[in-house]
Write a protein that binds this ligand. Structure first.
Ligand code: HEC
Length: 208
């Protein structure tokens, strides 16, 4: 009987010890019986790192890296006879002719789908600053972002290649977008900016 009482007491104290403190708040580190893989050596995105000279955790893509396929097209990524047809095509990739001057017209076929694609990407990437109509009245204007108005005479007379270059490399206070918008999408945006320009300065005998 005494042994039974001792075991009984032991079980009660044990159960209260484990269950009684559930939900109570403590600032001490928790007891970890099985730590599993809770803590691992890792670098957090966008944090500092003393190891690299530029102090960044996120490593830039090595110069000259060529993307093969993408997330949606795994076939391309691993295919043996992968060929990059646009590699070295400065007209398409940089909006420049061989002599370094900007191309006048976009180097890809214009279609209604391309304008639609341009509108979609414009609304995502540009409208916040440049406004839905491209007049520089974006939602960031009250915060002091004086984005350009596409309907300025100068910008209406610029070449398509120049606009492509501004999107690719940024200009003045504007950030570059080459890391997040593909060349084709950039051309689509250029086309859409042209459409916006036409919409604000219609000519009686419009032609594209
Ligand atoms: C964060 C705000 C911001 C976003 C987003 C932005 N821009 Fe700009 N953009 C600016 C500012 C600010 C300027 C004026 C730059 C300067 O002259 O300092 C500018 C200027 C321009 C110019 C005129 C360049 C010139 O020669 O004066 C063009 C064209 C342009 N942006 C196109 C775009 C397109 C297309 C996108 C979307 C892919 C875009 N911008 C996204 C802020 C932005």
């Amino acid at each position: 009987m005494r042994i039974f009482l001792a075991i009984y007491l032991f079980v009660i104290i044990g159960a209260m010890g484990v269950l009684g403190f559930r939900g109570s708040i403590s600032t001490k580190p928790p007891l970890e019986v099985f730590p599993d893989m809770d803590r691992q050596a890792r670098y957090k995105p966008q944090a500092e790192n003393e190891f690299f000279a530029d102090g960044r955790n996120d490593r830039p893509v090595p110069a000259g890296t060529v993307a093969r396929g993408n997330y949606f097209n795994q076939q391309e990524v691993f295919s043996k006879d992968f060929e990059d047809t646009i590699l070295g095509d400065t007209t398409f990739l940089e909006g420049k002719n061989a002599d370094g001057s900007f191309v006048k017209k976009l180097p890809i076929e214009v279609s209604y789908e391309l304008i639609e694609q341009g509108k979609e990407k414009y609304d995502i990437f540009c409208a916040v600053c440049h406004g839905a109509a491209g007049d520089g009245n974006g939602v960031t204007k009250p915060y002091g972002v004086l984005a350009a108005n596409y309907h300025d005479e100068r910008l209406r007379n610029e070449t398509d290649g120049y606009l492509f270059d501004v999107i690719t490399n940024g200009k003045g206070l504007m950030l570059p977008f080459n890391d997040r918008i593909t060349p084709e999408e950039r051309w689509a945006i250029v086309l859409y900016v042209r459409a916006l320009q036409k919409s604000q300065n219609p000519e009686a005998e419009a032609g594209i």
